[in-house]
Structures are given as C-alpha cells and as structure tokens.
Design a protein around this ligand. Structure first.
Ligand SMILES: N[C@@H](CCC(=O)N[C@@H](CS)C(=O)NCC(=O)O)C(=O)O
Length: 219
C-alpha cells in the first residue's frame, strides 16, 4: 500500500521525512495537515496531534525520527541513510536528537516561529527572544557542530546520513526566519549546511518554501 505522509511544508520535521523518502526514491502521497488547525480525528493518527505522521500498510507512525527509522528497515533495498558501523550509527542518532531537541527550540521554535508563523497569524515577532537565542543560546551549539564537521565530509560515518538531513533541516527554518550561519565563524558548518540543502531532495522542497516565505516576509 502507498505511503501517506501527513504534514505541512515549512515544518523541519516534515521536511526531514520528505527528504528521507526522496533520497530513498520511495513514492508517497502528501496529505496536508496544519498542526494548528488539524481535524478532530487527526488524534487517531497522532495522539500528540503533531506533524509528521505516516501511514503504511495499515500501520500508523508518528514522530520524524520514528518514521525515518521505520523506513530504513521497511525498505532495505534503498540507499542506507544510517551508518553501518555501531559507533557511527550511534553518533548519527545522537546528532539527529541534537538537531531535533537542541537546535529546533531555537532555530525553529524561536527564530522561525516568531518571524514567519507569527507573521502568518498577524502577531508581532518577539525580537528580544530572538536576540537572546542568537547571541547567547545558539553560539555554543554552532561551535559544537562546527567541531563535529571540521575536516570531515559528512557528520556521521563516511556517507550522507540522517544526521546531515536532521541538522540541515533545522538550518532551513533558521534561513526562513532571515538568519544565517556566519561563514567566518563557522566555515565548515556553513559550507556543510549549504552543501546538504543544495541536494535535489532538499532543493525541490525549498524552492517552493522560499518563494512562499519571501512573499510573506516581504509583504
Ligand atoms: N519530535 C517530533 C516533533 C514534531 C513537531 O513538534 N511538529 C510541530 C510542527 S514543526 C507540530 O506539529 N506542532 C504542533 C503542536 O505541537 O501542537 C518529530 O520529530 O516529529
């Protein structure tokens, strides 16, 4: 049975799963769900009412990390997006978690939410909160990630993986919020994020997202 992926453009977690599916060349149907206005019965699909959620072969799954882990096992004939080596595998999971739970509250739920979602809702952006994130909270995370990618081609192991997807997806929201990594301060990380976001799997999604966000932020 075809895969149904529930979610909306601009969510870093939905983008992560869409990129993951595209990299594996797995066909899927996108079902639009606005998490702030989801139908009542969406609770049957995800009891937390968050996006993304997925349906495959009568099974319902929620959470981008769970969905990607499932897809890796369910489609073993597609390119592997988790390293084989145990230590590299653990490191990929660590960096995915780091992106989802340490970067996301700042890059997405602070910068992006205030500059884009608040604007969509006709509400003011909390620029003080953004300034604190940019000057105090984000620099240690950027320095750590710079140390993880410096001198390497990929964040975990020797191949493109879930770690690269999860980290870059948060930086896409940071950019939608009008912020970018300083290439002088974080040269390896900035180059890596640009490289990952330029892959066809990301750029196909970002082309449409960028024009929507540019219109919204410009108008
Ligand atoms: N850990 C979850 C996070 C999902 C998440 O927070 N999605 C946001 C959209 S970016 C959402 O649905 N928010 C609505 C809510 O929390 O009520 C994942 O990786 O899927």
């Amino acid at each position: 049975m075809a895969i149904k992926l529930y979610g909306a453009a601009l969510s870093p977690f939905v983008r992560k799963t869409r990129v993951f599916l595209a990299e594996k060349d797995i066909p899927f149907e996108s079902v639009h769900v606005d998490p702030f206005n989801a139908p009542e019965d969406y609770s049957n699909i995800n009891p937390l009412r968050r996006i993304p959620a997925m349906e495959h072969d009568g099974r319902l799954l929620a959470d981008s990390a769970v969905i990607c882990a499932y897809l890796e096992r369910a489609f073993p004939e597609t390119p592997a997006l988790y390293p084989m080596d145990a230590a590299d595998y653990a490191h990929a999971l660590w960096l995915e978690k780091y992106a989802d739970y340490e970067l996301a509250p700042l890059t997405t739920f602070t910068v992006f939410r205030n500059r884009v979602i608040m604007k969509l809702m006709g509400k003011p952006s909390d620029e003080e909160r953004i300034a604190r994130a940019l000057t105090e909270k984000l620099p240690p995370h950027f320095a750590y990630l710079e140390s993880q990618i410096k001198g390497r081609e990929w964040l975990a192991g020797e191949q493109f993986s879930i770690a690269d997807i999860a980290v870059a997806s948060q930086f896409a929201n940071f950019a939608h919020g009008g912020e970018h990594l300083d290439p002088q301060q974080y040269p390896s990380l900035a180059a890596h994020v640009d490289k990952v976001l330029s892959r066809p799997s990301f750029s196909a999604l970002l082309e449409r997202e960028n024009s929507f966000v540019a219109k919204l932020r410009g108008g």
